[in-house]
Ligand binder design. Structure first.
Ligand code: SAM
Length: 241
């Protein structure tokens, strides 16, 4: 199905969504993750009815080297790999249609909790770009430079942002007028009435779009790096309350 001319599940995203629909553009390393969920039930029907458009984009197409590298080692040491800023920002810039009122969202366990009472607000956007992380997450400068909002689906860690993106798409789609058979049920359902946070990550390059990696991470002083990370974690935790 990917790459083929399937109007219900466009891949690559050149087509404009019809009026009064919500258009999602999903940036992921695993576009296939979405194919079955988008074909069935509520989401499948909403796409078929033209109320929802979902465009799946493979982030690797914005990698520039011959190995299509999209991750690198974290500055300051530590486990795992961090997704590099260049392909991610290039992808975010490429898929964003500036003629549409849009929002760029990074699915992240550090983000603001997705709450039912906030969902309706997303229907005001004509295009919502969802960025799915993998590995240890993404370089902090992508968030600082190109992300409007970080959204979490709960205080637990998933292997990647894809399942969270599906949660987001489904929760918003239910609120699109005409998608649910019985819209009265929306008014009465749950939530309608009515700790540790990780430090920022950085990987190469040292400077990206004028944003520099904090000096302490380049110092090699692991005591100082630990302290900086602890302070950043505290700051993020407080700023979420
Ligand atoms: N090292 C990160 C941390 O401790 O905060 C976790 C990275 S996780 C293994 C990989 C990716 O999964 C993240 O970049 C994010 O996109 C996604 N993810 C994991 N848990 C999530 C959640 N609860 N809500 C939204 N996205 C999540």
């Amino acid at each position: 199905m990917r790459g083929g001319p399937d109007p219900a599940l466009p891949v690559g995203g050149a087509t404009r969504a019809p009026r009064k629909t919500v258009r999602f553009d999903v940036l992921t390393l695993f576009p296939d993750f979405f194919l079955s969920p988008l074909k069935i039930s509520l989401l499948g029907k909403a796409i078929e009815a033209g109320k929802l458009s979902v465009f799946l984009h493979d982030i690797r197409q914005w990698a520039t080297d011959k190995h299509r590298t999209i991750d690198d080692l974290p500055y300051g040491g530590g486990p795992g790999m961090v997704m590099k800023p260049e392909p991610l920002v290039a992808a975010l810039e490429a898929v964003r249609d500036s003629s549409l009122k849009g929002r760029r969202i990074y699915l992240s366990p550090k983000g603001r909790h997705l709450r039912q009472q906030d969902l309706k607000g997303y229907l005001n956007w004509e295009q919502i770009v969802l960025l799915c992380g993998r590995y240890e997450g993404i370089d902090q400068r992508v968030i600082d430079h190109s992300i409007d909002e970080e959204v979490s689906v709960g205080d637990y860690v998933l292997a990647g942002g894809e399942a969270a993106a599906l949660v987001f798409i489904e929760a918003v789609t239910r609120l699109i007028p005409g998608v649910l058979g019985n819209e009265g049920s929306l008014e009465e359902e749950s939530f309608t009435t009515g700790s540790l946070i990780e430090y920022p990550h950085y990987t190469r390059p040292e400077e990206f779009r004028g944003l520099r990696v904090p000096e302490v991470l380049l110092s090699g002083d692991h005591q100082k790096i630990r302290e900086w990370r602890r302070l950043e974690s505290d700051r993020l935790l407080k700023s979420r309350k």
